[in-house]
Every structure is written in C-alpha cells, then in structure tokens.
Design a protein around this ligand. Structure first.
Ligand code: CS2
Ligand code: MN
Length: 358
C-alpha cells in the first residue's frame, strides 16, 4: 500500500502540501481539478500543472478523487454519450500524465449524506454524524440549508451551492430511475470507458454509497458485498474495481468489512479507512480511527487488506476536528495525520509479524 492524503488543490484546501509532506510515510496525494463540473473535460495542461505543483512539494499524485460522473450519465439522458466522450478524453489525458487510479461514485444527486457536520464528542472534538430520524424529518433542500452553516466557509464535494440550487430538478430527473435502471446505466458507462482504461492502465475505483441505503427515496446500488460482486461480474475487467471505504460500507452493520475485503482480491484499487461509532444502527458519528474509539476492528480491516496483497493508495478518510483547527469538515490536517500514523503502525506490525514469523 501507499499512504496518501486527500488534497483539494491550493485554491480550495486549508491544508498545504508542505504540511502533508511532513506526515510520516505519506508519499502521495489524492487530488482533483476541483473546479470541474461533472461531465466537463479535464484538459491535459491543467492536469500537468497540478502534477508539477505536487512534485515540487516532494510528492506525487497517487490517484484522482474524483472524476465525477454527471447525472446525465447516471440517469441516461440524451446528453449521456457526449459526457461519456468527455470522460474518456479526461481519462486519456490522465493516462498521458501517468496517473493510473481514478475514484468516482454513482450516487444519485448527492455524494455522501450526513445530518450534522459538527457533532460534539465527549472529548470536545467535533465530527460528522448521521441520524435517520433527521433525514426522515426534512426535505433535501432544507437539509442543505441547515448544514451549510457548518461548512466552515469551504465548498464540500457533492454539496456545491450551484448544484443544491437545482436540487428539485435533480430529483425530478431521477423519478423513473430505480435500482435496475441505475445499475444498467453504470454498466453502460463502464463498458464505454474500459477500452481507454485498458490502453492507459487506469484502475477505476467506484466509491460505495454513503450511507449504504436509500436516502430521500433515491436508488442506491453499491451498498453490500452482493451488489459489489454483481457489478464486478457485469464488467469483468480488473480495471473495473472498488474504493474500499470502511466508513461508507460500514454504515450498514450487516456489512462484514474484512469479509468484503477478502472476497475482492485484485479488485480493490483504493482504500479509505475510518471508524464509526454507532449509538444505534441508524445513528452514528465519525470517531477517531483507533478501534477502541469506534465500532470497527481496524486491525482486522488492515489485516484483510494486507492478506489480499492490497498495493494501491490508502488514505485516512474523514478525521475529527481537533486542536482548534478550522477546515473543511472531515478534511482537517491533524486528525487525518493521526489516522495515517495509526494505519501505518498497524501495517508495520502486521508486516513484521508475517515476515518474521512472530
Ligand atoms: C469521500 C467521498 O468524503 C468522502 O466521504 O469519500 O466524497 C468520495 O470522494 C466520493 O464519493 C467519490 O466520488
Ligand atoms: Mn470514502
């Protein structure tokens, strides 16, 4: 594995590349052209400039998160083929710049959904949290309005104000889309992009739906082991892979994370590691990475990744807001740095136990 951290670009991120460089063991960043709308082409010169900027800070781009897929592609509207053409060209431009891993998601309308961005934990840190009761009691535009004030002045992926201004139209687009249609549109998209992925050896890593169930009545298709395998089989190419996100798949306590990992050797191209603390099956908060602070056994998760020979980029996913930091919720420096150090420690201990036969 390669330890990385997500970085949104110097214009958008409160965290600086030089700070990331000082986190022990981090050699790469996961980044993106944050100003690109889903469906828009990523020009090679802009990718190149980003790559240079990261190289000057002594690191490299270990992968992209995300080249977003437009709602036209997800719904299958008349614009879909044009957007897919742009997506293929963007992948080609990334391949020419020697970038070989792309994360994306196929969630309708929203990316992840949380109901609070700054729930206070007993230690005084603040974290993202979710409670089903809050989702059931609110409509999507009101929810955006209610969490906007907690974004610390940043633009959060999937919750961009210009998208949220059209939230009603977006919902309208999906009114006839059920899980099967969404799945067929995903397969259509993947089949169209596989040739360019093969040509440039680009590993596509779909991000699971977060939370791993339907929200606001929208269909969700990447929520369980069974559904992931259905997708892997529908386009049975090693370039069609998964971002193993513990905090997303793990929202459903029925998902056995180490078992899911062990069932997918060669198909996990990227790993997001974070822990959740459950107060009830439908109320959880994003705790520190340490196993004892949350519900997941992080040792078993990292061990499963180690055992399947996972060699892609890994990153601490969201972190808590600690030590007075003001940053994009989930994406401060301090707690993600602690998470990276912890995952590195688990990995080293597992590796030494294996290779020294302890
Ligand atoms: C990320 C997602 O912050 C997060 O939870 O893991 O936003 C992820 O980047 C997207 O779903 C991938 O397209
Ligand atoms: Mn994730």
């Amino acid at each position: 594995m390669e330890m990385t951290m997500r970085w949104y670009g110097s214009q958008y991120d409160t965290v600086k590349l030089w700070q990331i460089r000082q986190v022990p063991g981090i050699t790469g960043v996961i980044t993106m052209l944050y100003d690109k709308q889903a469906g828009e082409l990523w020009p090679q010169d802009q990718i190149h400039a980003l790559k240079e900027e990261v190289a000057q800070a002594g690191m490299h781009i270990a992968g992209i998160e995300s080249v977003n897929v437009s709602d036209a592609i997800k719904v299958g509207t008349k614009d879909r083929d044009e957007h897919i053409e742009n997506y293929i060209k963007s992948l080609e431009n990334l391949g020419k710049e020697d970038i070989h891993m792309v994360c994306y998601n196929f969630m309708p309308v929203f990316d992840w959904t949380r109901t609070e961005l700054a729930r206070k934990r007993p230690d005084g840190s603040t974290v993202l949290a979710y409670t089903q009761e809050a989702v059931d009691a609110i409509n999507p535009s009101d929810m955006f309005a209610s969490i906007k004030g907690e974004m610390n002045g940043t633009v959060m992926p999937g919750w961009e104000p210009e998208r949220m201004a059209h939230v009603k139209e977006l919902f309208e687009m999906y009114k006839d889309i059920d899980e099967d249609k969404l799945f067929d549109n995903l397969v259509y998209f993947l089949k169209a992009i596989m040739p360019v992925c093969n040509k440039y050896d680009i590993k596509m890593a779909i991000h699971p739906d977060d939370p791993a169930w339907s929200v606001f009545g929208l269909p969700r298709i990447i929520t369980s082991k069974e559904k992931i395998h259905r997708m892997m089989k529908a386009v049975d190419d090693p370039h069609n892979g998964l971002t193993l996100c513990t905090g997303s798949l793990g929202t459903n306590l029925e998902n056995d994370l180490p078992d899911i990992i062990r069932s997918l050797p060669g198909r996990i191209h990227f790993a997001h590691v974070r822990n959740l603390k459950f107060n009830s099956p439908t109320d959880f908060e994003e705790s520190a990475h340490l196993s004892s602070d949350g519900t997941f056994d992080m040792y078993e998760i990292v061990k499963a990744l180690y055992d399947i020979g996972f060699d892609g980029p890994i990153r601490p996913d969201h972190g808590r807001m600690i030590w007075g930091e003001v940053a994009m919720p989930g994406y401060g420096l301090y707690d993600r740095a602690l998470g990276a150090a912890y995952i590195n420690g688990l990995w080293e201990a597992i590796d030494k136990a294996e290779t020294r036969g302890v």
